[in-house]
Design a protein around this ligand. Structure first.
Ligand code: CA
Length: 222
C-alpha cells in the first residue's frame, strides 16, 4: 500500500484529498508546513508527495529544490493556483514530476498519482476503463458503448469515469460531487442528478441504477 504525503496548509483541501486517497486504498499523511514535508519526504517512508506551493514557512519550490539537492528522487506533484500556472511550469524545471491547478477534481489528481506510481514501479497498464459494453479511453477522452462512439462533455466524462472506477458500488451524491465537481461545490446542488440523466441519455439508461435514498450505481447491462 502506498503512503502519500500531502503538504497543504488549507485544511479543507488536505482533508478532501486525504479522504479521497483513503477511499482509493492509499495511506495519506498530511502536513501543513514545508519543513515537515521535507523531513517526512527525507524519512524514506513515503512513496509520493503532493506539494502545495503556498506553504506558511517555506514555499513548495524551496522544499522541492532542497529535496532534489539532497538527491531525493521522490515523485512530486505540485498543487498551484490556476493564476500562477506560468510560474509553476517554470518551477517544474526545479524537479517536479507534474502539477495540478486549483481548484481540481479529485479523480484528476488520482489519475496523476496513479500514473506517477506506475511509472516508478516501471509498469504500464491500460488507460482504458471498461465495464460490460462501456469503455472509456482516459488518454484520448473517448467513450464507447459497444461499437458506438459517444460524445461526452468533460464533466460527463469525469462522472462516467467515477462510475467505471467503482463498478457495482453505490456512489452517493456527495461522493460524486466531491469527486467530479471538487470541494468548491454546494452540497445541496442537484447537479449530480442532472448529469446522471445526461449520461443515461447518451450511454443508455440501463447502465446506471438509482438506489433510492443512497445514490447511483453502475450495473451490468448488455
Ligand atoms: Ca496553501
Amino acid at each position: 500500500m502506498s503512503q502519500i504525503l500531502i503538504a497543504e496548509d488549507e485544511e479543507r483541501i488536505s482533508s478532501f484529498v486525504a479522504k479521497g486517497l483513503r477511499a482509493a486504498g492509499y495511506t495519506p499523511l498530511v502536513v501543513a508546513t514545508g519543513r515537515e514535508a521535507y523531513d517526512l519526504a527525507q524519512s524514506g517512508d513515503v512513496d509520493l508527495l503532493v506539494l502545495d506551493l503556498g506553504l506558511p514557512d517555506q514555499d513548495g519550490f524551496t522544499v522541492l529544490r532542497r529535496l532534489r539537492e539532497a538527491r531525493n528522487a521522490l515523485p512530486v506533484i505540485i498543487l498551484t493556483a490556476r493564476s500562477s500556472v506560468g510560474d509553476t511550469v517554470a518551477g517544474l524545471e526545479g524537479g517536479a514530476d507534474d502539477y495540478m491547478a486549483k481548484p481540481f477534481r479529485f479523480e484528476e489528481l488520482l489519475a496523476r498519482i496513479r500514473l506517477r506510481l506506475r511509472t516508478e514501479a516501471g509498469t504500464t497498464d491500460s488507460s482504458v476503463l471498461t465495464h460490460g459494453a462501456l469503455s472509456l479511453d482516459l488518454r484520448t477522452r473517448r467513450a464507447r458503448t459497444g461499437s458506438r462512439e459517444v460524445d461526452l462533455s468533460a464533466r460527463e466524462f469525469a462522472l462516467a469515469e467515477a462510475f467505471l472506477r467503482n463498478p457495482g458500488q453505490v456512489l452517493s451524491r456527495e461522493q460524486l460531487l466531491s469527486r467530479v465537481w471538487g470541494y468548491d461545490f454546494d452540497p445541496g446542488s442537484n447537479v449530480v442528478d442532472v448529469y446522471v440523466r445526461y449520461l443515461r441519455r447518451k450511454l443508455g439508461a440501463e447502465h446506471l441504477e438509482t438506489v433510492r435514498g443512497m445514490g447511483y450505481r453502475l450495473v451490468d447491462a448488455q
